[in-house]
Each structure stands twice: as structure tokens, then as C-alpha cells.
Design a protein around this ligand. Structure first.
Ligand SMILES: Cc1cc2nc3c(=O)[nH]c(=O)nc-3n(C[C@H](O)[C@H](O)[C@H](O)COP(=O)(O)OP(=O)(O)OC[C@H]3O[C@@H](n4cnc5c(N)ncnc54)[C@H](O)[C@@H]3O)c2cc1C
Length: 493
């Protein structure tokens, strides 16, 4: 029998205190006279039903793996444990298992369940460092990274990075809507939803999920699809990475790769409120072929640019951009449009694969703000902080909020609050981000996106999952009564 991790820590760590308390309580109240008490020890907890499990047998696990197990202190451990954001370099997992097969993942779960925290790692881009749990086992699915285009579907190993997904799909003339960073892992991205520059036309990454192979807390490898484990399949589409088990591979439906036109308009300082006001009406009414975001950069003079991706030609896009400029009543200082293939567009948006030291949070804009200048006003004291306001709607809004676990179906946009940071500025950057998140909630942008997890977001469970939270907890409990996959901001927290 396995233990809830917290129960295990209590039993293993404070059993002496428990024993004393139990003995005191007994002698003061209901026990018979001392002379008649049989000479048997009073258990602090029923050991026959809750045997302390102790640490995993790492050597036994190592012998079972076809991949490599690296323990803390062994050569190569720092590199094996490294995640994307250097702010989490101080995390101290106990071991990293590099898993080459689903059987490796099963061996990890069986060996470590209820003994130490277990967290899967795909691309290692968790905003909160949850794929590097202190004292825990990192189940690195990186070696399972094959991208296999099979006609209109693609089977993707859970360790694939977006750049490899795009390269394989682009070569086959197919497309899957997904995110921007080239080294983000498909697993974390898809399990939390997957917002990208083609979302308004093709939906979220999770909307294309046909099935997933997943190792659950009991060590079983299951298939989740519309016809197999349907509740789990529902939860895997937006319920957040790490909550329900460890996915080993995904099958997604794809579309024919489109030709697109990418665009960027920089506006003069002082015009952010006008541009945002126009943009939010413009994107709300736009055809799904048009995706766009606004970046608002903080400081005494708030800067603003509009970027995007249009499924269609530059000549079709041109009147749409003219409409935005007319609505804003401000001429852009620069305006570029470039036709691109699908793959070239994904590369254009991908940015750098270098590690980034940052803190971030998110809010959700459900509808246009009555007074966009209030949002701009939140940014004047925060030089260096960016708001990235990504348009939703279109195909994202087609399913209802309860059709999948992704709750924010009807939202206008997601807002990411992003600040670069160093170990020395981490606290001040986190405070600035938290102040802005709170200010946004105050002007009507509550909610949050689970892929931009923020441990300090006060209302995170409701913000990420809304009315889906209860069902998500239930699904997680059905597969994981002992909270093997519990973590600080997990649905079982
Ligand atoms: C630079 C950058 C750009 C980004 N751009 C976008 C974007 O354009 N669109 C967008 O939607 N998001 C974006 N994100 C957010 C990103 O989607 C999330 O951070 C996501 O969780 C990262 O997934 P990962 O696999 O890389 O991270 P990891 O840290 O490996 O995993 C994230 C979470 O998922 C869990 N997990 C990992 N693998 C598995 C698995 N196989 N099975 C079950 N759980 C697993 C982990 O335990 C962890 O809790 C970006 C993040 C960064 C840092």
C-alpha cells in the first residue's frame, strides 16, 4: 500500500512526537490502572497498515532503466537537473531519470511513488520550476522525442521540443497550432492548453489532441482518448502539466500547412492607451485568420507595438491593418509585413533558445476594457516589465468552457506579465509583477493561464480553472488517491 506523500512525511519524520502524544492521552483518560496495562508498545500510527516506505531503492531503479539515472552528487548531475530558467538552478532534486521508453517511466513511478516527490520534465520551461522538485525524482522524458507524421495525424514523443515539432511538420506540409519558444516542450505546453500565433484559426494545441499515452500513479500505461478513459482525456486538454500522470506520447490531428503573412507595427510613445483601445475592438471583431498581440512595455513613457500572423496574403492583410490604424487614430512609426511559409513563420516568432532569467504571471482579459488608460497607468512605474496581450477568440472560442479542461474559451486575450530578473533583483521583479497582476484584477482582468504558473498568484486555482476546478480534482483523485503527483500548485494541492 502506498501513502499520501504528506502522510508519509508525517509518519516517517515525526513518529516519535506522535508516540509521546498518544501515550499521554491514553494515561490521562480512558486507560485501565497502570498495573493491568499489558506490556505492549503503543503505536504512534498503525504500522501494519502504514509502513514507512523510506527512500527509493535507487540502485534497483537504475538496473531497471534503459535510460540513465543520475543521483545528486554524481558526475553530470547539475547538467541533468538544469531547467530553462536559471533562477531555479538552486533547486535540489534527489535524482534525474532520463527515460527512453514508457517502461522506464513506469519503473520510476513504481519506485518513487509516495517516497519522494515525482515530477515529469519535458522542455523544463515551467514558470515555477515544478519540473525540478527539491528532494524529488525528475522523470526526464527528453529522450522520447520522436515526431512521426502519419498522414493527417502526428505522433509526438512527450520530450519533443517545439522547434523539432515544427521542423517535422513543416517538411511534411502539415501544421499544429502551438507556442513560440523553440525549446518549450510539447508536454507542458499541450497539457496546459497551448496558445500560439495560429490559435484563432486552428485552436489551441490541446484542441488537436486525439489520444495520449500516460503512466498514472499506479504505474499503469493507459491510453486516454474520447473512447478510452474519457475523463482523463478531458483533463489532459488544459488541466495543466504534472497533474494526472506522466504522458509518454501524444497523437494530434494536423491541418495542411498554410502560407501566412507576419506583421509588426511600432507606435510612438504616449499612444499605448489609444492603440490598446482600438486593438481590443479590432481583434474582437476580426476574422479567425487574423491573430495578433499587443506588447506594452513599462516605464515613464509606456511603449507599444502590435504584432501578428495572418493566414492569407499581404494584400488581404493590408486593409485590416489600415482599419486598426484608423481606429487608433495614431500612425505607426514603423510597419512591416512579410509573407512566410508555415515553418518560416514559426521560426520568425520563435526568438532565442538561450536560457532566460525571469519572473512572470498572467491574467485573462474576458472582454474589452472600458478604459484602457487604466491598464497603461499600471505600467508607468515599472520600467523593464512587459505586458504581452495575446488575442484569443476565433477557433479557441468554439468549444464551451467545460468541453475540455481549458476554462478561458470565451476570453478576448491572455495577458502575460513578464519581467527579466537576476538572483539579486528577483524579489523586486516579483513584487512588480505581483502588483501589476493585482492591478489588472482590479480593472476587470482576473483569471490566469496555467502555463504561466505563478506561485504567488493569490487566487490561482480559480484563476486557472474556473468552474472546471472541481471536476479536475475529482479526475485527479480517481487516478491518484495518494497524491503521488501532488505539488504546490497542482490540482491536488
Ligand atoms: C520562453 C517561453 C516561451 C513560452 N511561450 C509559450 C507560448 O507561446 N504559448 C504557450 O501556451 N506557452 C508558452 N510558454 C509556457 C509553456 O507552455 C509552459 O511553461 C509549459 O509548462 C512548458 O512546458 P515544458 O514541457 O517546456 O516544461 P516542463 O518544466 O518540463 O513542464 C511543465 C509542467 O508540466 C509537467 N510535465 C512535463 N512533462 C510532462 C509529461 N510528459 N507528462 C505530464 N506532465 C508533464 C512538469 O512536471 C511541469 O509541472 C512559454 C514559456 C517560456 C519559458
Amino acid at each position: 500500500m502506498t501513502l499520501d506523500r504528506r502522510t508519509f512525511l508525517l509518519v516517517a519524520g515525526v513518529s516519535a512526537v506522535g508516540a509521546v502524544a498518544a501515550a499521554c492521552g491514553t494515561s490521562e483518560s480512558t486507560s485501565p490502572p497502570v498495573s493491568s496495562v499489558p506490556n505492549t508498545p503503543v503505536p504512534s500510527a498503525p504500522p501494519s497498515t502504514y509502513p514507512p516506505l523510506g527512500a527509493p531503492d535507487w540502485n534497483a531503479l537504475r538496473a531497471k532503466l534503459s535510460g540513465k539515472l543520475t543521483l545528486s552528487g554524481e558526475a553530470g548531475f547539475a547538467a541533468a537537473a538544469r531547467v530553462f530558467n536559471p533562477l531555479f538552478d538552486g533547486h535540489k532534486p534527489a535524482a534525474v531519470a532520463s527515460c527512453a521508453t514508457p517502461a522506464d517511466v513506469q519503473a520510476c513511478v513504481v519506485a518513487a511513488a509516495s517516497r519522494v516527490p515525482i515530477a515529469a520534465r519535458s522542455g523544463g520551461h515551467s514558470y515555477a520550476g515544478y519540473s525540478a522538485p527539491d528532494g524529488g525524482l525528475v522523470v526526464d522524458v527528453g529522450p522520447m522525442s520522436k515526431v512521426d507524421v502519419q498522414g493527417e495525424n502526428v505522433v509526438i514523443g512527450a520530450g519533443a521540443r517545439l522547434k523539432d515539432v515544427y521542423a517535422a511538420l513543416g517538411a511534411a506540409g502539415r501544421c499544429l497550432p502551438a507556442g513560440s519558444c523553440p525549446t518549450v516542450g510539447i508536454a507542458g505546453l499541450a497539457l496546459g492548453g497551448g496558445i500560439g500565433v495560429l490559435a484563432r484559426k486552428y485552436g489551441l494545441t490541446c484542441d488537436h489532441l486525439v489520444s495520449a499515452q500516460i503512466v498514472t500513479a499506479d504505474g499503469k500505461l493507459r491510453t486516454a482518448s474520447a473512447s478510452s478513459e474519457p475523463d482523463l482525456f478531458w483533463a489532459l486538454r488544459g488541466g495543466g502539466g504534472g497533474n494526472f500522470g506522466i504522458v509518454t506520447s501524444f497523437t494530434f490531428s494536423t491541418d495542411q500547412a498554410p502560407s501566412v503573412t507576419v506583421f509588426s507595427l511600432h507606435f510612438p510613445s504616449g499612444s499605448a492607451a489609444k492603440v490598446l483601445g482600438a486593438w481590443q475592438q479590432w481583434i474582437a471583431d476580426a476574422q479567425p485568420e487574423l491573430w495578433s498581440n499587443v506588447t506594452i512595455s513599462g516605464g515613464s513613457s509606456v511603449a507599444c507595438k502590435v504584432g501578428g500572423c495572418f493566414v492569407g496574403s499581404a494584400s488581404e492583410l493590408s486593409p485590416l491593418l489600415a482599419d486598426l490604424v484608423a481606429k487608433a487614430g495614431v500612425s505607426p512609426s514603423t510597419r512591416t509585413t512579410q509573407p512566410k511559409t508555415y515553418l518560416a513563420a514559426m521560426e520568425y516568432f520563435s526568438g532565442s533558445s538561450s536560457r532566460q532569467t525571469f519572473v512572470a504571471s498572467s491574467r485573462i482579459l474576458d472582454q474589452p476594457l472600458d478604459d484602457p488608460s487604466k491598464l497603461v497607468g499600471l505600467m508607468t512605474a515599472h520600467k523593464g516589465v512587459d505586458l504581452l496581450i495575446d488575442g484569443l477568440g476565433g477557433a479557441v472560442a468554439k468549444p464551451s468552457p467545460t468541453d475540455t479542461a481549458f476554462w478561458h474559451r470565451k476570453a478576448l486575450a491572455s495577458i502575460q506579465i513578464y519581467s527579466p530578473a537576476t538572483p539579486g533583483t528577483r524579489d523586486s521583479a516579483a513584487k512588480a509583477v505581483a502588483d501589476i497582476a493585482s492591478g489588472l484584477a482590479g480593472i476587470g482582468a482576473g483569471g490566469g493561464y496555467v502555463n504561466y504558473l505563478d506561485p504567488s498568484l493569490p487566487d490561482w486555482m480559480n484563476a486557472y480553472y474556473g468552474d472546471n476546478a472541481t471536476r479536475l480534482r475529482q479526475v485527479a483523485m480517481n487516478y491518484d488517491q495518494n497524491k503521488v503527483f501532488g505539488f504546490a500548485q497542482g490540482v491536488l494541492a
